[in-house]
Write a protein that binds this ligand. Structure first.
Ligand code: SF4
Length: 118
């Protein structure tokens, strides 16, 4: 039910959907519709803006947009694994592994020092 509610709210876009319309679209009652909307709000997925519609108090529901996650290659730039001849043979339980690798450890320490300004 929550997934369907999200789909309806998402489809409504910027103008949002009235909570009093949502429960009708979901084929449920106002009490259950209200519970669903409150749960989605608590999860941080939607906003509920109070409004008056046809003389009754209700809420405009809108999807909360999150900025797209930025993926940057900067954080792994210089990692020795990218050019390591042992990459395909490296792993937990193998002779070459990330836990005991001096090259990887040195690179991580260097990154930590850079980021902490040291
Ligand atoms: S952890 Fe060490 S041995 Fe393994 S791939 Fe990276 S650099 Fe190579």
């Amino acid at each position: 039910m929550e997934k369907r509610a999200i789909e309806i709210i998402k489809k409504a876009g910027e103008k949002g959907v009235l909570q009093s319309d949502l429960w009708k679209m979901l084929g449920t009652d106002s009490r259950e519709g209200s519970r669903i909307a409150i749960r989605l709000e608590k999860k941080g997925l939607i906003s509920r803006e109070p409004t008056i519609h046809a003389g009754k108090k209700t809420y405009i529901l809108r999807l909360i947009k999150r900025p797209p996650k930025k993926i940057s290659i900067v954080s792994v730039k210089g990692c020795p694994c990218f050019v390591c001849p042992n990459l395909t043979r490296c792993g937990i339980g193998q002779p070459s592994n990330p836990i005991s690798c001096n090259k990887l450890t040195a690179w991580i320490i260097e990154k930590v020092m850079e980021e902490s300004g040291g």
